[in-house]
Write a protein that binds this ligand. Structure first.
Ligand SMILES: [Zn+2]
Ligand SMILES: [Zn+2]
Ligand SMILES: [Zn+2]
Ligand SMILES: [Zn+2]
Length: 334
């Protein structure tokens, strides 16, 4: 690409530094206003079409670097060898392309390059891939944006799990407290009825004691003597009752305790996480280039001698050693 302050190449030959205003691609020179007038009048350059230097500066550097001059011979390219796929100067032609049959005038080959089907195809392919990349970027941006929604969904799922576990535990706690109440009432009932029975027994025994006490104080020996037999029967009944009590379960001391659910005891140890956060990556649809869809996979192959494949069309026998009867003059490439 031309320097940021292009200088007139013509003035430069006289060591004058002057800003260039146009670029002539035929002369490959930056030209100032003054020199441009002369350039437009001179016979050789009369038909050249210089462009404003600003437009020249807009050219991609790789394109601006292409010059129509043979660097080896320092001559202008005038021909194009279709076989070697390269531009040639007069010297190139005589040195390397003397036998190339497909030499064309360069001007004829480049004519209409910008409006050619190949150029339009390049523009089309660049547009196609640019659109596909644009679509893919949009798709990736949408994918990126979807994470927020997915994250919120996961958060509410976790909260739901937590709430469900909480609700379940609250219900289990209530059930357990109800059972505890019932169990306490039942045990109190058992002990109350046992105490009631014991109280009745005690009353009977106290009655006997009371009768004995009164008899001792107020009755005659005769009365006491005959009473002994009667009281003996009564006290034996109470003694039997007492002895039978010894095998009664109601005698046992009772404690209420809790046997916790083993699952619950292991909960903290076993349940180490509420879930796993994972990524599900589904393969996206393959997006084909327009040319792939059309089935025209275009692989440009340069038509150079390196790519020419030889096939055996005809073979013939030649005698060993030199013979003046056989002379190969040319290999034809089609
Ligand atoms: Zn000048
Ligand atoms: Zn010119
Ligand atoms: Zn050359
Ligand atoms: Zn050639």
């Amino acid at each position: 690409m031309a320097s940021s302050v292009p200088i007139c190449d013509i003035c430069m030959t006289d060591n004058i530094t002057k800003s260039a205003s146009v670029w002539c691609s035929e002369c490959e020179e930056a030209i100032c206003n003054k020199c441009e007038r002369q350039h437009g009048r001179m016979g050789l350059s009369k038909n050249h079409k210089p462009i404003p230097i600003k437009d020249y500066q807009k050219l991609p550097s790789s394109v601006a670097a292409i010059i129509q001059k043979c660097m080896r011979h320092n001559l202008k390219f005038d021909f194009y060898c279709v076989i070697h796929n390269e531009p040639c100067c007069v010297s190139c032609v005589s040195e390397e392309h003397g036998i190339c049959q497909k030499l064309k005038p360069l001007s004829e080959v480049v004519e209409g390059a910008k409006s050619s089907a190949a150029f339009a195809d390049l523009e089309d392919r660049a547009k196609d891939i640019s659109a596909l990349i644009g679509n893919l970027i949009t798709e990736k941006q949408n994918n990126r944006a979807s994470f927020g929604v997915q994250k919120n969904k996961i958060i509410s799922e976790v909260q739901n799990i937590r709430a469900a576990i909480n609700d379940h535990l609250i219900k289990l706690e209530k059930d357990l407290l109800d059972k505890l109440d019932n169990m306490e009432k039942k045990q109190i009932g058992n002990i109350d009825s046992f105490i009631k029975k014991l109280s009745e027994m005690r009353t009977k025994v106290e009655n006997i004691s009371g009768d004995l006490e009164k008899t001792k104080r107020h009755a005659s020996n005769f009365q006491a003597f005959l009473g002994i037999h009667e009281w003996n029967k009564r006290i034996e009944i109470e003694e039997k009752d007492w002895m039978s009590l010894q095998t009664d379960q109601k005698m046992n001391h009772c404690d209420i305790y809790i046997k916790c659910s083993p699952t619950l005891m292991k909960f903290e140890k076993d349940v180490t996480e509420l879930g796993k956060i994972e990524v599900n990556s589904s393969s996206s649809k393959k997006t084909l280039l327009k040319k792939e869809k059309q089935g025209q996979i275009y692989v440009p192959i340069s038509n150079t001698v390196d790519n020419i494949k030889l096939t055996n069309i005809r073979s013939f026998y030649m005698a060993d050693g030199t013979s003046n009867k056989t002379l190969i003059t040319e290999i034809c490439y089609c």
